[in-house]
Design a protein around this ligand. Structure first.
Ligand SMILES: NC(=O)c1ccc[n+]([C@@H]2O[C@H](COP(=O)([O-])OP(=O)(O)OC[C@H]3O[C@@H](n4cnc5c(N)ncnc54)[C@H](OP(=O)(O)O)[C@@H]3O)[C@@H](O)[C@H]2O)c1
Length: 325
């Protein structure tokens, strides 16, 4: 089958190990898993980490990349794939399972004509969402949904700062936060990208690190070292910094004085549950909000899509589409 997979890893030149080509369909990796014929698959920064050798041990190569897909299951149903795979017998919130894994970490991922998943790892794709829109949900949109409404526990009328303007999680947070009645502020590195965040629905935008006119109830942090100190200054006493990533580095000075003296909550969060994925889908249908897709490319152009993601030349999500079987 056609797939985009990691055949090698290089911390500095991650695209060196990327192959877009034929690979044998592995069949069900575990008994009872079901195939989903992929119609659209979105890229994530996670795929670049895998190609850099972060989170994917070299002895698992070659590994089909990708956490996100929408497609057709073996019953002919249109579905969105849930990328968090819990260990057998795990009950409850699968993101808290210490042995949980994401598709493309232990089991082949979604950037392929077929992905195999546990039978509970799909939710119905509503007809209101296009294939490309549905493919954006499992990682960036689910992560932003859980950051906003679980980790930061935000309610309509609250003010949230999103660090980063055009990333997958950042744009998802703007779309979902705006639709949920939050006051959404964005800090980005580039004036033109900040303008696009305004057009997307942010109420106000500021240069990265800028002094803000007021403090915020919560900060959504996926940038890490480059923005952490600013996030600590931006959040109000008793507010929350909800953290799901560290693109620019994971070891900033913690500044614990600010954390305890101002009773700041630091809430880590990873992906979301399959139930939250269902609620996210329902929220989009009910609100009319839709994922921001930067570009939909044919699967054969996957290498170009990866290049754009690596260059930071993306505003929203990149989606690869496959023809109907
Ligand atoms: N824990 C989880 O479940 C989870 C889920 C999804 C993602 N993540 C992590 O979250 C991070 C973002 O993922 P993504 O897919 O949204 O990535 P992405 O689409 O590549 O976006 C990267 C974002 O980081 C910002 N950025 C990068 N370097 C920066 C710097 N030096 N200063 C300020 N902003 C900077 C960019 O801001 P501009 O647009 O302003 O350039 C952009 O918004 C990644 O590290 C990823 O691994 C974690």
């Amino acid at each position: 089958m056609l797939a985009a997979y990691a055949a090698g890893q290089d911390a500095d030149h991650p695209l060196e190990g990327l192959v877009v080509g034929e690979i044998t369909d592995p069949g069900p990796p575990e008994p009872g898993w079901v195939p989903v014929r992929v119609r659209a698959a979105a890229l994530n920064h996670h795929d670049l980490w895998s190609l850099r050798g972060v989170g994917l041990p070299a002895d698992r190569l070659p590994m089909v990349l990708g956490c996100d897909a929408a497609g057709v299951d073996d019953q002919g149903r249109d579905v969105v794939v849930h990328a968090v795979v819990a260990s057998p017998g795990w009950r409850g919130d699968e993101t808290l399972d210490p042995a949980r894994t994401l598709l493309s970490e232990k089991y082949p991922g979604t950037l392929a004509e077929t992905v195999w998943v546990p039978p509970g790892n799909v939710v119905p794709k509503p007809p209101e969402l296009t294939w490309a829109e549905a493919a954006c949900l499992p990682t960036a949109y689910l992560t932003a949904y859980r950051l906003l409404f679980h980790a930061a526990d935000l309610r309509p009328g609250r003010r949230v700062l999103v660090q980063g303007a055009g990333g997958g999680v950042s744009t998802a947070a703007v779309v979902l936060g705006r639709a949920a009645g939050l006051e959404v502020w964005v800090c980005g590195r580039d004036e033109a990208r900040n303008q696009r965040a305004l057009e997307l629905g942010a109420h106000a935008v500021f240069p990265s690190g800028a002094r803000l006119p007021a403090q915020v109830d919560a900060v959504l942090e996926t940038v890490g070292e480059a923005t952490w100190a600013h996030s600590l200054r931006a959040v109000r006493p008793g507010g929350t910094i909800a953290v799901a990533g560290a693109t620019s580095g994971a070891m900033p000075p913690a500044d614990l004085g600010r954390v305890f003296f101002r009773s700041v909550q630091v809430a880590g969060s990873t992906m979301g549950t399959v139930e939250e994925l269902s609620r996210l889908v329902a929220f989009l249908v009910a609100s009319g909000a839709r994922p921001l897709v930067d570009e939909v490319l044919p699967f054969a152009d996957a290498a170009r899509a990866f290049r754009r993601l690596l260059d930071g030349d993306v505003f929203g999500k990149l989606v690869l589409e496959l023809p109907e079987a």
